[in-house]
Design a protein around this ligand. Structure first.
Ligand code: SAM
Length: 287
């Protein structure tokens, strides 16, 4: 099978199967071999690895993964792509395709079955409509993960990397940075895909922390506070928390906690670091 990284081969296979692109599944297929090679090398895929690929499409990246990894498990929602994958991946005996919604499969079970519960790598050109639930689901489910190397919308990649004070800093930045070290490894223009997306893209690698960067008594409580702090960006931290139905504390208690941290009463959530949110969470959660 000739490489699908070559646009001619991609067009040929799409025409052969009369494949219709589905917008609702975020289908933009990669047609640039340099980008494909960059993703595989950034993920550090080697013959020891079991790789989970989310949304293999017609199998373009899957072929590269199969060449470089020990085992590949590819989860694809669109049943119309399954016969195509049967052809494009026929040469490989180390690929398993699962026709499922990635948000519904038990990824822990996949890691258990195909990698004896050891950390897997996740590689994907993600469907952009569900980037955040996929990434948060992977981290929060407790699946053993080495790194996640994914193509996402450029703006979303920026948000994952930002720190306090930036306009892109928010709940997603804090959630990603709590679990992993983010690094943008490539910027990818729309002409690297068929069809072209109407946004710029970037490849970001999220390397899971071996040890969490902050200690906090109750992680879920901290993330409730983080979400409430960014829900109303223009409001002060005090008002944001007070207005949130998720946060049960009185205005006085919130103000006292902010002052105990040595912060001004007018501080906004976007000024706080992950360490400070952990501290605020522990103070507010004290019985
Ligand atoms: N990996 C291919 C490539 O790079 O050319 C395709 C990438 S395309 C951006 C996203 C893929 O994810 C599509 O094949 C789409 O059908 C699939 N997809 C969308 N939603 C999904 C879901 N919930 N679970 C699994 N796959 C999904």
């Amino acid at each position: 099978m000739a490489s699908l990284g070559n646009p001619k081969n991609t067009i040929e296979i799409i025409q052969k199967y009369e494949f219709m692109f589905q917008k609702k599944f975020g289908q933009n297929f990669l047609i640039d071999t340099h980008v494909l090679e960059k993703i595989i090398s950034s993920a550090g895929v080697s013959k020891d690895d079991c790789v989970l690929e989310i949304g293999p499409g017609i199998g373009t990246m899957t072929q590269y993964l199969a060449e470089n990894a020990r085992q590949v498990v590819a989860v694809e929602i669109d049943k119309n792509l399954i016969p195509i994958l049967g052809e494009t991946l026929a040469a490989y005996d180390n690929v398993t395709v699962i026709n499922e919604d990635i948000l519904k499969v038990d990824i822990k079970e996949i890691a258990e079955k195909y990698n004896d519960g050891r950390p897997i790598k996740v590689v994907a050109n993600l469907p952009y409509y569900i980037t955040t639930p996929i990434i948060m689901g992977l981290f929060e489910s407790g699946v053993p993960i080495d790194n996640i190397t994914v193509m996402v919308q450029k703006e979303v990649a920026d948000r994952m990397q930002e720190g306090p004070g930036s306009k892109d800093y928010g709940a997603l930045s804090l959630a990603v940075q709590y679990y992993a070290e983010p690094e943008i490894v490539a910027i990818v223009p729309p002409n690297c895909f068929i069809p072209r997306p109407n946004v710029g893209s970037a490849v970001i690698r999220l390397t899971r922390h071996k040890e969490m960067p902050v200690k906090v008594n109750d992680v879920e409580h901290m993330f409730r506070i983080i979400r409430a702090s960014f829900n109303q960006r223009r409001k002060t931290l005090q008002n944001g928390l007070n207005n949130s139905p998720e946060i049960p504390y009185t205005k006085e208690k919130i103000l006292a906690a902010i002052e105990q941290m040595g912060l001004p009463a007018t501080v906004r959530g976007e000024a706080l670091s992950l360490e400070q949110f952990a501290q605020l969470s522990d103070i507010l959660g004290e019985k």
